[in-house]
Design a protein around this ligand. Structure first.
Ligand SMILES: Cc1ncc(C[n+]2csc(CCO)c2C)c(N)n1
Length: 217
């Protein structure tokens, strides 16, 4: 087998993987055509998702098997807490999102399911399992964003959400994550690999459900 571990995980997560990275929500985003209500509910829920994601990154820092990995993972925490946070605040201002929806919105089912997967993996998962969830979250986002046409939509809420996920720094981070999961994946026995696959598939399903939840046509 010449495939890497991550290629194998991704291939075994079809058809959900392709359905996620080609989702109609993303196609509409490219044209600036996501209706305001959908964009608002998506970003309000996603802000809560990012909170859980940050906790999972912290878990990866704690569980990593080497200092050089902890350094890269800590760098990613800095990106989420700085650049992403200012985007959300500016987008919430533009979309008229009130204080309570920024701080403690009612979570919808797809957000809760993702939260449960992340907190279970945080509490009980191994380093490779934590990486599997992080990798799905970041790799799917890189893949849909790379499909965007060169010309950005006019509205900054749409344009910056694409730009956050299709820039060289983000690409390098995703390449590192995949390489890291390949590295630690090579040490796993068959049972551990199967557990990683199950988590990778669950996370991919969560990504698809998350887009679906905000794309009711
Ligand atoms: C449902 C959902 N899945 C994945 C991401 C991607 N993502 C999560 S945190 C973060 C910043 C870390 O570099 C990025 C890009 C998202 N926003 N929402």
């Amino acid at each position: 087998m010449t495939d890497t571990f991550t290629d194998w995980l991704r291939a075994r997560s079809e058809p959900d993987w392709t359905a996620t990275v080609t989702h109609p929500f993303t196609e509409a985003l490219f044209e600036g055509l996501v209706p305001t209500g959908n964009m608002r509910s998506y970003l309000v829920q996603d802000y809560q998702f990012v909170d859980d994601f940050l906790a999972l990154l912290g878990s990866a820092v704690a569980k990593a098997d080497r200092y050089s990995s902890r350094l890269v993972l800590s760098g990613a925490i800095g990106v989420v807490t700085n650049e992403e946070n200012t985007y959300f605040q500016r987008a919430f201002d533009a979309l008229g999102v009130g204080e309570s929806d920024r701080v403690h919105p009612a979570l919808d089912e797809a957000t809760l399911a993702f939260r449960e997967l992340m907190s279970d993996t945080n509490a009980r998962g191994s380093y490779p399992e934590v990486l599997a969830v992080l990798t799905v979250a970041e790799w799917t986002y890189l893949e849909w964003a790379m499909r965007a046409p060169a010309a950005p939509p006019e509205n900054f809420v749409h344009a910056e959400w694409i730009a956050l996920h299709r820039n060289p720094d983000f690409q390098r981070w995703v390449t590192w994550l995949c390489g890291e999961l390949d590295r630690v994946g090579a040490e796993l026995d068959e049972r551990e690999r199967a557990r990683c696959l199950r988590i990778f598939q669950q996370a991919t399903r969560c990504e698809l459900d998350f887009f679906n939840a905000h794309w009711k046509v």
